[in-house]
Each structure stands twice: as structure tokens, then as C-alpha cells.
Design a protein around this ligand. Structure first.
Ligand code: ADP
Length: 360
């Protein structure tokens, strides 16, 4: 039987201390290595363990299967892989299932937690032949560390200077051949030399309604709740094409149903549960609607500058640009023009507001 992947997790807290020298602590998922008193993390419970359990991304899965098969036939480590795409679409899941398929181990690090070259050492000295090192948010790895990754990835070697001045000495380490899997939500922020060192680059796209409904149905079984396909469709519709949100919505529906309807889940229960936390039938949350409301009420639908909208809402413009606008743009509720942000007729209809007389 396949040996399950062993997980080693870095401290993902960007403000946290860098990991101490020495190997990061081992986290055995396969042997129930979760801390006993915290209860299972739903993200871990619901995360597929094998590629066959994943829904959607079929073209990505097909290409990865070929690469994995070929590496196994040759008895070589898999080439380095870069995943990019918005949060919650399965980058970490791929980084979890690939080592399982390769029957190897994985160490997990976060780019934000790697502050100095020495922070890389415990991970690199811990790699075994063919094992996987996963670096999430790899665009946040500082440039000084990135340069060490180049030789590690290309020549499986790292030359590190320890100490300063007369005490400085160079440590030349040769590493076991390994696979680096990087994940990023901002592929554009990666430097070309780093990007080019990944042999396989995959972009993860949005999930269809059907795929999300399938994920909801599968996960409802894992959670031991009875969800029918219509209810799964309601949750899928309100999940912004994103599996992580589908899972979160499902977990909330479960809580709601347990508290209000003796655990009975049906479409109207899902609607009521999600309405209660401000998620409407297009998947917009309170902040999205607040944005549209401000744009329509204060700026008559626009065009309005991002900063002006942000000041009126008392929210930072970065938050609006990164977290609110992408979904509104994708849903065709908002357009970005040279003169500013403009609400579309669909947005007025959704917000049940009359369109102002204006040239579009
Ligand atoms: P990312 O790393 O891109 O932010 P994750 O891999 O953490 O996203 O995905 C979030 C959750 O969504 C996972 O815990 C998993 O339950 C679910 N998920 C993601 N992709 C899939 C998929 N293809 N099939 C089934 N569930 C998925």
C-alpha cells in the first residue's frame, strides 16, 4: 500500500519568528499527527488526499499524471512545479496529493516565513531523494533567499555564508535531488529567473457550478450530513467559483441546520443560512454590496476613482482592489474605465436601484 505523505509545516505567520536551525517538526497526517485538543481542522478533513479525489482541473491533472508517470518510470524526482491562481482553488491541495502519488514526503514552508537564507537550511538539509518541498506564497520569498533557491533547484547545491567579517565561512552543501513546488496568487511578482526554473507551470482556473456542487456533495458525505443535489447547487451558486468558499458555506449550513432545523438540509435551509451571513444568490457578501451601494448612492454609479470610493467606505483601497473588485469585475457588475469605476446595468438590477440617466 502506498505510504502516505509525511507533512512538515513551517510557521506561516509572517510576523512570527524565523524557524530555528534544525529540522522543522514533523507533522504526520497519515498517523493522525494533529494536536489532540484542537479538534480536526475542516480544511484538512475536507482536502482530497489523492488526485482521483480531486474535482475539476482535469487538464492540469492529466498533464501532472503524465509527468508523474514519466518520473516514476525513469526513477527520477519530478521536475519543479509552479502553481498560480487565486486563493482557494487547490494549489495546496495539489502540493499535498502530488507527494502522495509519488509515494514520497513533503515539507511545507511559507514564503512569508522565510526571512533570511538560514531559514531555508532546515528545509533543504531535510530533503530526501525525490521528496517535495512546498513553498506557499513563493512571491513573498525575499530576493536574498531567492538566489539560494536557484542553485538548489538547478544543481541541488547550496553555498551559504555563515557569520560575518573574519568569522565568515562558506558552507557548501550538496542536496539530494528533490522537487520544489511553489504556489503563488501573484505570478506577475515572481522574477523571471525563478519562474524559468520551474519545469512545469500550471494556472488554476475557476470551478464550474457543476464541479462545485460535486465538491459540496462529496464533502457533505465526509461531514456526515445529508445534502441533496438542489441544495448543493444553492451552495455552489453562492461560492464564487471557489472550492474553499464552497467548503466554508457548507460548514456554515451544517451549523445552521443543526441549530435551527434539527440537521435537516434542503435548498430553502441553505438559502436562509447563507442569507443570514449576508451572502446573496450571486455569491456577493456584505462588503461587495456595500461597495456597489456606495458607488451607486454617492457616485451615481460612477465613474469614480478607487481612492474616493475607499475613503467614503473607510476601507483601504488595497483591500478593495485585491478582495472586492476582482469578483465584481468577473461577475460583470463593475467595469474599470480610464475615468474610474463604473457600475454596470446588471449591478443596478442586482441592487434593485434605478439606473441614472448617464452616457455609458
Ligand atoms: P489554495 O492553496 O489554492 O489557496 P487549497 O488547496 O487550500 O487552495 O484549497 C482549499 C480547499 O478547497 C481544500 O481544503 C479542499 O478541500 C478544497 N479543494 C480545492 N481544490 C479542490 C479540488 N480540485 N477538488 C476538491 N476539493 C478541492
Amino acid at each position: 500500500m502506498a505510504r502516505e505523505a509525511i507533512y512538515q509545516q513551517s510557521n506561516p505567520d509572517p510576523g512570527g519568528d524565523p524557524p530555528e536551525d534544525g529540522p522543522p517538526s514533523e507533522k504526520g497526517v497519515a498517523d493522525g499527527g494533529e494536536e489532540p485538543d484542537r479538534g480536526p481542522d475542516p480544511d484538512v478533513t475536507l482536502r482530497p488526499q489523492r488526485m482521483a479525489e480531486m474535482v475539476g482541473q482535469q487538464d492540469v491533472i492529466e498533464r501532472l499524471r503524465i509527468a508523474i508517470d514519466a518520473a516514476q518510470v525513469r526513477g527520477e524526482p519530478l521536475g519543479h512545479i509552479l502553481f498560480d491562481g487565486p486563493p482557494g482553488l487547490g494549489k495546496t491541495t495539489f502540493a499535498t496529493v502530488i507527494p502522495s502519488e509519488m509515494k514520497t514526503t513533503v515539507q511545507m514552508a511559507n514564503g512569508a516565513g522565510l526571512k533570511a537564507p538560514r531559514d531555508l537550511l532546515p528545509y533543504l538539509t531535510n530533503v530526501s531523494r525525490g521528496s517535495v518541498l512546498f513553498i506557499d506564497e513563493i512571491h513573498r520569498v525575499p530576493r536574498a533567499i531567492e538566489e539560494y533557491l536557484y542553485t538548489a533547484m538547478e544543481d541541488f547545491r547550496i553555498d551559504i555564508v555563515l557569520g560575518e567579517g573574519v568569522n565568515a565561512r562558506t558552507l557548501n552543501l550538496s542536496l539530494e535531488p528533490f522537487t520544489l513546488i511553489g504556489a503563488t496568487t501573484r505570478a506577475g511578482m515572481l522574477t523571471a529567473p525563478l519562474r524559468d526554473r520551474f519545469q512545469i507551470r500550471e494556472h488554476l482556473g475557476w470551478y464550474t457550478r457543476k464541479e462545485l456542487a460535486e465538491i459540496v456533495l462529496r464533502n457533505s458525505k465526509k461531514l456526515n450530513i445529508d445534502v441533496d443535489p438542489t441544495s448543493a447547487g444553492v451552495i455552489a451558486d453562492r461560492s464564487r467559483s471557489t472550492p474553499r468558499l464552497a467548503n466554508n458555506r457548507l460548514l456554515w449550513v451544517r451549523d445552521y441546520a443543526q441549530s435551527k432545523t434539527k440537521g435537516n438540509v434542503e435548498a430553502s435551509v441553505c438559502e436562509a443560512a447563507l442569507d443570514m451571513i449576508g451572502i446573496d444568490h450571486l455569491g456577493l457578501d456584505k462588503q461587495d454590496r456595500n461597495y456597489l451601494d456606495t458607488l451607486m448612492r454617492v457616485f451615481l454609479g460612477g465613474p469614480a476613482g478607487l481612492d474616493a470610493i475607499a475613503h467614503t467606505m473607510n476601507v483601504s483601497s488595497d483591500t478593495l482592489e485585491d478582495e472586492v473588485e476582482p469578483f465584481l469585475l468577473r461577475s460583470e457588475l463593475l467595469v474599470r474605465t480610464r475615468r474610474g469605476r463604473l457600475a454596470t446595468p446588471k449591478a443596478f438590477e442586482h441592487m434593485k436601484r434605478p439606473m441614472p440617466d448617464r452616457p455609458l
